[in-house]
Design a protein around this ligand. Structure first.
Ligand SMILES: *Cc1c(COP(=O)(O)O)cnc(C)c1O
Length: 241
């Protein structure tokens, strides 16, 4: 028997991990009366080499996420992106907005009115509308970006007034919790905000995406109402920076 190369093993692992995660997503969705097709499954590709990202795409991934503008733009020409959406999920600095607007399908990490205004301005310049999720700091953690829960509705309403940007939902990264109960509480809090803001039927706001759940907590997130999970290390293995 010939030994598998490191790459071959990695390709095999990625295919295996993807199908295992799909099964878990299906189960978690069913527990909440939904199905796999109700959940948008993103592969988070930060630090991952293009050949592995392309392999994941060949295995059916149709949504990828990157944290950094530069990394996204550097990899993009090497990716097989036919039919694949690509979203920015990391903090965006104002001076990088002009580079990323028009290059991604959605910016999930709109974490201030200031950055929303900049995205709006650059989008108008390019004659496009940029889809956006509002990032909420659901645990009110100093170490995290995101809008405070109590300010979210007001800021969503203000962003809704801007041209060139369309709010499509909320995104969050909860605090690290040792107990599942505490984690659920954070997920439920943002789910309630998502439903609440959606019920206001604001013009130019379409509350249809609740982006929460990563490698360690995507099943819990789905059971608490997430319809969009962002999974990296469970697909590609630990990140090497
Ligand atoms: C890195 C990252 C993820 C994925 O994290 P994993 O724990 O590796 O699944 C999801 N969302 C954001 C915003 C990230 O930066």
């Amino acid at each position: 028997m010939t030994e598998k190369s490191w790459d071959e093993q990695k390709f095999e692992d990625i295919a295996y991990n993807l199908s295992a995660i799909r099964e878990n997503i299906e189960k978690a969705a069913q527990a909440d009366g939904r199905s796999f097709s109700d959940i948008d499954f993103m592969a988070v590709t930060k630090t991952v080499d293009e050949r592995f990202i392309n392999h994941a795409i060949a295995c059916g991934v149709n949504l990828i996420g990157e944290n950094k503008v530069q990394e996204m733009l550097r990899k993009k020409p090497n990716l097989h992106l036919d039919g694949v959406r690509k979203n920015l999920i990391g903090h965006l600095q104002s001076n990088k907005a002009s580079q990323i607007v028009g290059e991604v399908d959605m910016i999930e990490s709109v974490d201030s009115l200031k950055i929303a205004k900049e995205i709006s301005k650059q989008s108008v310049k390019k004659g496009i509308v940029t889809k956006a999720l509002i990032e909420v700091n659901i645990g009110r953690e100093e170490s995290k970006t995101g809008i405070m829960p109590e300010e979210t509705e007001e800021i969503v309403a203000q962003i809704a007034e801007l041209p060139g940007i369309h709010v499509e939902g909320l995104m969050t990264i909860p605090p690290i919790c040792t107990e599942n109960r505490a984690l659920c509480k954070f997920f439920e809090n943002i789910y309630n905000m998502y439903v609440d803001i959606g019920s206001k039927k604001l013009d130019n706001v379409d509350m249809r995406i609740l982006s929460m759940g990563m490698s360690g907590d995507y099943e819990t997130a789905i059971r608490c109402g997430s319809n969009h999970v962002r999974i990296g290390s469970k697909i590609f293995g630990p990140r090497i920076y």
